[in-house]
Design a protein around this ligand. Structure first.
Ligand SMILES: [Zn+2]
Length: 346
């Protein structure tokens, strides 16, 4: 299948700060992830397609103007603060964002960043924009008639809300792809198979009935993102019933994952969408350094076949999945099985 990616731009974001239980560690969201995933996809016979600049319009269809301005300019403003760190990292975490919009760079970092796992460096905005361009181009390619496309988005996106970054994510590429697909399709389903709950995606569509969000993930009672991803979150207002969370116990393997996926796919079929976005995190792998779930490489192929069996025009958007020996095989296991399944030969 066609791969959408602009490696030259998307590689530049290189976060240096990651706090784990208060201790500073190297960020696992490294540029090397992109190289590993791209090399694997190309090696398995998938081909790189033209990914071009699509402007801010598709990003603005999902995110607020003040947030986009923040992402674009904050590093430059931050760098002017005497003694400031090299990366933009919030040191205030407001729990009420309704009262006022702060004018200071430090205040805005607190307002727009949910946690410390989304540091913004000098080249971050370039990578963020091009990661979104990859999602837009893949979705437009599918609207053009190809039944499937793979958007190799990096940095990832599913923890980003309309005006808040978090968990390595800035622009919600999955939501951007779904919004592009909505140009043609009245209803679009998102199935998020990342290890972590897709809280930003859920937040963006929580009050809407036109985009169904289904997320499978490690139970947030004891796992990031903690405050979202529980079964009781079903949507609100007109969106009530259009959000389905399927938390899994820590360490769950293929059978538990596939069982939950079947429940999610039943919900998708009843929704009768015109198109699908798969938020493809590969960090549910048994070998992923996050160690939350235990999906095997063969398991990713089985997940892909079931998703492909929906027979929907599909955009596969890369979310998490961190460096480990199995990372490339997990991706190609998924993409190959999806392609075979969608072509009806499996
Ligand atoms: Zn994840």
């Amino acid at each position: 299948m066609k791969i959408f990616c602009s490696a030259e731009h998307q590689r530049k974001h290189d976060p240096r700060t990651f706090l784990v239980s208060g201790a500073q560690r190297p960020s696992p969201e490294t540029p090397a992830r992109l190289d590993r995933l791209l090399e694997a996809a190309l090696g398995a016979g998938h081909t790189l397609a033209e990914t071009d600049e699509r402007g801010l319009g598709p990003i603005a269809a999902v995110h607020t103007p003040e947030y986009i301005r923040f992402l674009a300019r904050i590093h430059e403003r931050w760098a002017r603060i005497e003694g400031a760190s090299d990366e933009v990292i919030p040191n205030i975490h407001p729990d009420r964002r309704l009262a006022a919009y702060p004018r200071s760079a430090v205040g805005q970092a607190g307002y727009h960043m949910a946690d410390t796992a989304c540091p913004i460096g000098p080249d971050s905005w370039e990578s963020i924009r091009w990661s979104a361009n990859s999602a837009v181009c893949a979705a437009e390619h599918v609207l053009g008639g190809d039944p499937m496309a793979y958007a190799l988005c990096r940095p990832p996106g599913h923890h980003a809300f309309a005006d808040v970054a978090g968990g390595f994510c800035f622009v919600n590429n999955t939501a951007v792809a779904a919004t592009v697909l909505r140009r043609r399709h009245e209803r679009v389903a998102i199935v998020d198979v990342d290890l972590h709950h897709g809280n930003g995606t859920q937040g963006i569509f929580y009050h809407r009935a036109d985009v169904l969000c289904v997320s499978l993930h490690a139970d947030p009672a004891r796992f990031y993102p903690f405050f979202w991803g529980h079964e009781g979150e079903r949507g609100d207002g007109p969106g009530l019933g259009y959000n389905l969370n399927l938390p899994l116990p820590r360490g769950a393997g293929d059978e538990a994952f596939l069982g939950a996926l079947d429940a999610g796919l039943e919900r998708v079929e009843a929704f009768a969408p015109g198109a699908l976005v798969v938020a493809l995190g590969l960090d549910a792998s048994e070998h992923d350094p996050f160690g939350g779930l235990a999906v095997t490489t063969g398991g990713f192929g089985r997940i892909a076949r079931r998703l492909a069996a929906l027979g929907l025009p599909s955009v596969i958007v890369q979310e998490g999945g961190y460096l480990c020996d199995a990372l490339g095989d997990n991706l190609t296991g998924f993409l190959n099985a999806f392609e075979t399944g969608a072509n009806g030969t499996a």
